[in-house]
Design a protein around this ligand. Structure first.
Ligand SMILES: Nc1ncnc2c1ncn2[C@@H]1O[C@H](COP(=O)(O)OP(=O)(O)OP(=O)(O)O)[C@@H](O)[C@H]1O
Ligand SMILES: [Mg+2]
Length: 698
């Protein structure tokens, strides 16, 4: 504080020529008891106070005596910019203040000093109050009797008691556990003591308040540690969580690799070290770019995640040669910034190896499955196919193998050799077995219908067509197998379309324009020698080669006579069951059957056994029960009709007609071909075949 702040400015001054009596009147009128004395130039020359007046009276001096005769000439002065503290010690009761020009600008009296002290005390006290109340710590002080003197705002807040409620009360009545009275007794400072006050924990510092060496009170500063307590518990939990996380990260079988949002490596686990061959702390704090530069990982996924800001999975190779599948996941904070990238690195080297092994094992099991199926087919008659001769066994082995691939198959062989049965076997042993097997007899469907039957048609394609259109056999067979029987009978114009379908697996319905994709496997069959037909321009060469990708030739029965006994036994069982009979065949019959040439192949044998089961009276079928042509044929190769007795001509003619038609049918199957061989009209064949019930299924 400066002198100018506390001085009384422009004080009343007197002249050295003033008489004492005049000064008395001035002092009384201005209620002062002293004044600086200035000469005619305004210069300070002395100080005149009431003491000078008392002295004049006591000496009996004349009241007209001049001031200059009595005033104090040697006086201390102050300067306005002097520190208050420097002048306050001056023992003079009055201190004129003179500026640098020697002019009196003020005076400091004892009253001024008292006022200054009081103001300063008030300011300090206010400051102290503010400090005490603005601290977060509770501050409590008591006097030597324990009466509460200070109770700051934090004390009120933390302890839940307002200052006015405790004012004048004894601390022992308000908070008995502060131990402030102990401090008053011992006079000892106590620091960092944990105390519990009103259910809260505090760290307390207690000190005695001393004056002139005597204890006049005590003060306690209390820091609330309830929050701290809570925080330390939370910290403990976080520590445990961290340990748990460490354990999880370390025990993971997959490699874990974690960076911050800038690609700096924060941690990686043991599995990652093993995958990459790096040491525990080698790359901590370095950048993922260092990992790339050192070739630890071919293509760090972290870089991609940071760039694309989303989860990314890629394959990588590590320096140790491991193949890994790595997924990088960004961890994004509330502001949408990436703060971590967590990569999961899975070693798929083993997995790949296993995959290969599995593939091999699957191939092997497929192989065994095929073999098993072949075996089953061979020995299980439930499949309706009797296979006994070596020729047929080989054929069946091949058929089963072919069944599993999707190639087009052409089955050739004489009529009645079992081509259709082979086609069915191919289908039922293929992966298409649960999808349709559609058979189309190209020789049985009139030429003009065959196209729409095969390819389908759209509504209004031709007169008599259904309004809503119709799908053809090819579409119906979708996913399955289409069996084109008697393919040799297919008209040339249709052959082009079938060829196109075989090439593109696409069809266009009759009267339609859109292309329909159909997944169908084609199996074709014929008893004609297609190559000859090709030479005679009756069959398209391109279609022939397209069909003949895998040829399957079914040998005639005469070339595999070993099959005759099991076939005969098979058909006997079938027809015995069908007609509820119990017929048996004698060895003699089997011998004759073995000698016969079987132009009609298995169908002929089947028909023969059926006829005998139905017609013979005795349960044992004997050689005599066999039709004469067969008995006679054995050992005789004449193709002429031999008459063995007199019978009505009409019956004989009918019998011969019937036998001829049966054989023709057995050999040729189509009425067209039968008519050609018998040298009659096709209509005659149809009529007579109907009369003798020869063609059962058409
Ligand atoms: N190996 C066999 N085991 C049992 N039955 C057979 C066998 N081969 C053929 N068959 C039977 O013989 C008859 C004629 O067979 P399939 O119709 O398959 O011959 P195909 O060669 O198609 O004759 P086509 O050329 O006249 O059409 C059928 O009833 C069939 O069940
Ligand atoms: Mg057939």
């Amino acid at each position: 504080m400066k002198v100018r702040e506390i001085m009384t400015s422009d004080p009343l001054t007197i002249s050295p020529n003033h008489k004492v009596c005049e000064v008395v009147n001035i002092f009384i009128a201005n209620k002062i008891d002293g004044a600086p004395v200035l000469d005619e130039n305004g210069k300070l020359v002395g100080l005149f106070t009431k003491s000078h007046i008392y002295r004049a009276i006591s000496r009996g001096l004349d009241m007209n005596t001049k001031v200059e005769a009595l005033m104090t000439r040697k006086i201390l002065t102050g300067h306005p910019e002097d520190e208050f503290g420097d002048v306050v010690n001056a023992t003079v009761p009055r201190l004129p203040v003179v500026n640098e020009n020697g002019r009196v600008v003020g005076i400091i009296t004892r009253g001024d000093i008292a006022k200054a002290f009081f103001n300063s005390y008030r300011n300090m006290s206010l400051e102290l109050d503010t400090i005490i109340n603005s601290t977060h710590n509770a501050i409590i002080s008591v006097d030597e009797k324990g009466i509460i003197k200070v109770w700051n705002l934090s004390a009120a807040k933390l302890l839940g008691i307002e200052a006015e409620d405790v004012a004048g009360k004894n601390i022992l009545d308000v908070l008995p556990t502060t131990k402030l009275m102990d401090v008053i007794q011992t006079g000892k400072v106590e620091t960092f003591m944990k105390v519990k006050l009103n259910d809260r924990y505090f760290m307390s510092n207690r000190s005695p308040i001393k004056k002139d060496g005597k204890i006049i009170g005590a003060v306690a500063v209390l820091q609330d540690i309830s929050e701290l307590d809570k925080m330390s518990k939370e910290l403990c939990y976080v520590k445990e969580l961290n340990e748990e996380l460490d354990a999880i990260v370390e025990s993971s079988f997959d490699g874990l690799f974690i960076t911050d949002g800038k690609g700096y490596i924060l941690r990686y686990n043991k599995a990652f070290e093993q995958l990459t061959g790096i040491d525990a702390h080698e790359y901590l704090g370095l950048s993922v770019e260092d990992i790339r530069r050192d070739g630890i990982i071919s293509e760090p996924v972290t870089c991609h995640v940071l760039e694309k800001k989303k989860s990314i999975t890629i394959m990588q190779t590590s320096k140790t040669g491991k193949l890994t599948l790595t997924t990088g996941n960004p961890v994004i904070d509330a502001r949408g910034e990436i703060i971590r990238v967590v990569c999961n690195v899975r070693d798929i080297t083993e997995l790949n190896l296993l995959k290969h092994k599995l593939k091999k094992a699957q191939g092997l099991s497929q192989h065994y499955e095929n073999q098993l199926r072949t075996l089953k087919m061979r020995y299980d008659n439930s499949e309706n196919l009797v296979v006994s001769s070596a020729k047929m066994r080989h054929l069946l082995d091949m058929v089963i193998r072919l069944a599993s691939v999707d190639s087009t198959i052409l089955i050739t062989g004489e009529s009645g050799t079992g081509k259709e049965l082979i086609a069915e076997t191919i289908h039922s042993n293929s992966s298409r077995r649960d999808k349709p097997f559609i058979k189309v007899n190209c020789g049985a469907i009139p030429e003009n219908l065959l196209e729409s039957e095969l390819f389908g048609y759209n509504g209004g394609a031709f007169t008599g067509a259904k309004k809503e259109g119709k799908s053809g056999y090819i579409e119906l067979a979708s996913g399955g197998t289409l069996f084109l029987d008697e393919i040799g009978e297919m008209p040339l114009n249709l052959q082009v379309k079938v060829l196109r379908f075989l090439q593109n697996k696409e069809i266009i319905r009759v009267g339609g324009s859109s292309v329909i994709n159909v997944d169908v496997r084609i199996v074709a069959a014929t008893n004609r020698v297609l190559l000859e037909m090709v030479q005679q321009k009756q069959f398209r060469e391109d279609l022939y080669y397209r069909l003949n990708v895998v040829p399957v030739h079914v040998p005639p029965l005469r070339d595999r006579k070993d099959d005759i006994p099991p076939l005969a036994a098979h058909f006997l069982e079938v027809f015995n069951y069908k007609y509820k009979k119990n017929k048996k065949i004698s060895q003699a019959v089997v011998d004759i059957l073995m000698q016969y040439d079987w132009p009609g192949n298995i169908r002929e044998l089947e028909n023969l056994i059926e006829r005998m089961v139905v017609t013979t009276i005795d349960d044992n079928i004997a050689g005599e029960d066999l039709p004469s042509y067969l008995r006679d044929k054995v050992g005789i190769s004449s193709s002429y009709i031999i008459v063995s007795g007199i019978v009505p001509l009409r019956d004989a003619v009918e019998s011969v007609e019937k036998q001829l038609l049966e054989r023709a049918y057995a050999n040729y199957r189509t009425t067209r071909q039968m008519a050609k061989e018998l040298k009659v009209d096709a209509s005659t064949v149809v009529r007579k075949a109907a009369k003798y019930c020869i063609i059962r299924d058409s």
